[in-house]
Design a protein around this ligand. Structure first.
Ligand code: HEC
Length: 96
């Protein structure tokens, strides 16, 4: 019994650690942003749609996504600002 508890605790710790390191932009994008950004503008990888936005710079775009814009909810539905930042960086990388 004790052993099972230990295994559960170890897995929980690993999952928690994974979330802290969740600066995986693609994973965040797939989970929180793709629902909109694969279907509506600015779409992932649509260079023309992103070009005017990229001029604002990564920091301004991240701030805008954290705050929410138009129908986009604050943080785009992601769990943390770090996740948003990683996802925005992923999206910018695809827009260049
Ligand atoms: C409910 C749909 C929806 C979701 C979910 C969503 N977005 Fe958006 N997003 C939009 C729309 C619509 C716009 C265009 C807003 C405008 O310009 O009026 C936008 C714009 C943006 C912009 C450009 C902001 C600017 O200032 O031009 C960034 C960056 C962005 N989204 C990132 C994200 C990230 C990162 C996520 C996930 C964490 C996300 N979005 C989730 C709908 C969404």
């Amino acid at each position: 019994m004790k052993r099972a508890v230990f295994v559960v605790a170890a897995v929980a710790a690993m999952v928690a650690a994974g979330q802290v390191a969740a600066a995986d932009g693609k994973a965040v994008y797939d989970k929180s942003c793709a629902g909109c950004h694969s279907a509506m503008q600015p779409k992932l990888g649509d260079k023309a749609a992103w070009a005017p936005r990229l001029k604002q710079g990564a920091a301004a775009l991240t701030a805008s996504a954290v705050k929410g814009k138009g129908v986009m909810p604050p943080k785009g539905g992601a769990a943390s600002e770090a996740d948003v930042k990683a996802a925005v960086e992923y999206m910018i990388g695809k827009a260049k």
